[in-house]
Design a protein around this ligand. Structure first.
Ligand code: XLS
Ligand code: NI
Ligand code: NI
Length: 435
């Protein structure tokens, strides 16, 4: 049985006019001694590919999903697994990510939901070993059900907190069962709508306790992949506690969780936080905490998380510059946490969307590699800071300098002759490579 009306997508090169081909993503092509697929580690997001019906705040779903009977039956969930693995195979995507409730239905009681998850996980396990596809990360959906409307690990109600913990415990076990490389926490509703009803300190203490219990449980079940926190500033809550990379790092340091967590940085969340993606990636990488990436993009004209496919080559280049600079992704990957527009409702649109994202990142990788090989950009930055390489600057960096030393230096050397930052020249340099 074939669910998608296309063959396996092949690399046909930049001259191809076939929209169902890769023009740049050539999985085994070596870039700097490593294949494109090893650099990029693309992942498919189960929730967008299989479960997103493309509804928006103004109207219902439009997506055609002829394989889906619309029920919450386990049968239906098992059929989706076949569809999803055909999809991954045809695109040559070797990793995937899920929420517990994407892969299996939430039933009337927790035990029944756990059992449904077990059934689907058994099938996913078979499919993984047949295909060689790996689970990049699992996560629990702690934001859709009405019980989580006031938070899960930051709920004011200990009963809800316990329920959320039970769900995460099970989702971690499922991730372990599927040899998942990581486990993600996106704090769906971990935040608040108004401080009038919120004890922020208590909620953050509870969130940290929750994470410490997750660390403890990971030890118990032998799950050694990293946990990821995925920052996002708002939506659905007015203020989310994991608002950006810096806020997450501060939280992890304050509560002594740095050793067990890394960050999963998503483009559209970065821009909602008022930052660029490269800013968020750089903040994370500088702390040695960049774990994985949710590859998408926002829309400058729409103020919410539009989760569009990342087709902007300049953006992909900036992402890959940071990834290459830190020596590449290890346990993480580039997860297409992205959805088609509501108008792109046919199954084949899933292919066009992913092909576009994969090709954009292939180009971003090639361009970023070329910029690094060229070396002029890095050389400019090195030279810009070269006054810290010797003399007084080196003493500052070594921590062997005092204000009195600097004052004596300033008296002796007079007014500094500051060099230009050359932003426009550097933008032109990057554009040389984008042709
Ligand atoms: C939502 C998030 C979500 C996480 C996984 O905005 O991006 O999809 O990646 O819970
Ligand atoms: Ni995401
Ligand atoms: Ni998102």
């Amino acid at each position: 049985m074939q669910y998608f009306d296309c063959d396996k997508i092949q690399y046909e090169g930049p001259g191809s006019r076939n929209p169902l081909s890769f023009k740049h993503y050539n999985p085994d092509e070596l870039i700097g001694g490593k294949s494109m697929k090893e650099h990029l580690r693309f992942a498919g997001a189960y929730w967008h590919v299989m479960r997103n019906d493309l509804s928006d705040p103004f109207g219902g779903g439009t997506a055609q999903m002829p394989w889906d009977d619309g029920s919450t039956s386990v049968e239906n969930a098992l059929t989706r697994v076949d569809v999803f693995f055909e999809f991954l195979d045809k695109l040559g995507i070797e990793y995937y990510c899920w929420h517990d409730r994407d892969i299996a239905p939430e039933l009337n009681d927790l035990k029944a939901s756990h059992a449904a998850l077990d059934t689907v996980v058994a099938k996913l396990k078979d499919k993984q070993s047949e295909s060689g596809v790996k689970l990049l990360w699992g996560t629990a959906c702690l934001f859709s059900h009405p019980r989580y409307s006031q938070g899960a690990a930051t709920s004011p109600d200990a009963n809800v907190y316990a329920y959320a913990a039970a769900q995460v415990k099970k989702a971690m076990e499922a991730t372990k069962e599927l040899d998942g490389l990581g486990y993600t926490f996106w704090g769906g509703r971990e935040g608040y709508a108004t401080l009038l009803n919120t004890d922020m300190k208590r909620e953050l203490d509870h969130l940290a306790a929750f994470f410490h219990m997750a660390v403890e449980h990971a030890k118990n079940i032998g799950f050694d992949g990293p946990f990821y926190i995925e920052p996002k500033p708002r939506e659905p809550s007015t203020h989310q506690y994991d608002s950006d990379a810096a806020a997450c790092l501060n939280f992890l340091r304050e509560y002594d969780l740095m050793d067990h967590f890394k960050l999963n940085i998503e483009t559209n969340h970065a821009t909602l936080a008022g930052h660029t993606m490269e800013h968020e990636l750089t903040v994370s990488a500088n702390a040695g905490m960049l774990g994985s990436i949710d590859a998408n993009r926002g829309d400058t004209l729409i103020g919410w998380d539009t989760d569009q496919f990342p087709t902007d080559i300049h953006l992909a280049t900036q992402v890959m510059l940071v990834v290459l600079e830190m020596g590449g992704l290890t346990t993480g990957g580039l997860n297409f946490d992205a959805k088609r527009r509501r108008e792109s409702h046919e199954p084949l649109d899933l292919f066009y969307a992913h092909i576009g994202g994969m090709d954009a990142f292939a180009r971003g990788l090639k361009i970023a590699h070329a910029i690094r090989e060229d070396g002029r950009l890095a050389k400019f930055v090195d030279e810009r800071y070269s006054s810290f390489d010797n003399d007084i600057g080196a003493k500052v960096e070594a921590g062997t300098c005092s204000f009195a030393d600097l004052e004596a230096y300033a008296f002796a050397n007079g007014e500094p002759g500051l060099a230009s930052g050359r932003q426009e020249m550097l933008e032109n340099l990057v554009n040389e490579f984008l042709q």
